[in-house]
Design a protein around this ligand. Structure first.
Ligand SMILES: O=P(O)(O)OC[C@H]1O[C@H](OP(=O)(O)OP(=O)(O)O)[C@H](O)[C@@H]1O
Ligand SMILES: Nc1nc2[nH]cnc2c(=O)[nH]1
Length: 189
């Protein structure tokens, strides 16, 4: 059977292989939602999605929770290409809500070097929340540059560039339902 048969035709020629199919992603999100439900029972939980990659994780996870949660979003950006070494992050969109005394769960698509989330957790902790934890669909442990505790992890992935389910290459491929790798030609030029 053609592994890529279910990939939308407009994308198929660019895809090398499916690393994590939709069914596995969704099954894992159900497990994570059950854990979050259990851990935060009786508490005032604010989900903070990190734009743009986290949009689908946020949407699918939040709708599986049985807890009543609040949702907010942040957008962050690097200062140019130096970010992966400097860890300097710029806030493009801040929270709309105060978080003092509240339980905050940051929702991410991927933790790579860890520098973005290291900055973000420190920034949010300075606002005196009751707690700040991280849920990330993917993590690349081999790429980590800082020690960053990620409380909830969907999948550990090897050091390959992946797209789909929110993850992009040049703002494309976010809408794919699976996590996939791209053919080398796509990166060319
Ligand atoms: O662990 P790090 O090395 O800091 O990398 C992880 C960050 O990189 C990605 O965001 P990106 O800057 O690609 O923005 P996007 O979510 O808008 O695609 C991802 O969503 C994380 O926020
Ligand atoms: N799209 C995408 N963004 C990333 N940011 C860090 N690692 C990755 C990756 O594998 N894919």
């Amino acid at each position: 059977m053609d592994e890529l048969a279910d990939i939308p035709p407009g994308f198929r020629d660019d895809i090398e292989s499916i690393l994590i199919p939709e069914a596995r992603l969704q099954a894992r999100l159900s497990e994570l939602a059950a854990e979050v439900d259990r851990d935060y029972a009786g508490r005032d939980l604010l989900l903070v999605g990190v734009l743009k990659g986290a949009i689908f994780v946020m949407a699918d996870l939040a709708r599986r929770l049985t807890l009543s949660t609040a949702m907010d979003f942040m957008a962050v950006s690097s200062y140019g290409a130096s970010t992966s070494s400097s860890g300097v992050v710029r806030i493009l969109k801040d929270l709309d809500t105060e978080i003092e005394g509240r339980d905050v769960l940051i929702i991410e698509d991927i933790v790579d070097s860890g520098l973005t989330l290291d900055y973000l957790t420190k920034n949010l902790r300075s606002r005196r929340p009751a707690s700040v934890e991280i849920l990330s669909l993917l993590t690349k442990p081999s790429r980590r540059e800082v020690d960053l505790p990620v409380k909830y992890v969907g999948f550990e992935v090897p050091d390959v560039f992946v797209v789909g389910y929110g993850l992009d290459f040049a703002e494309r491929y976010r809408s794919l339902r699976d996590i996939v790798t791209l053919r080398p030609e796509v990166y060319g030029s």
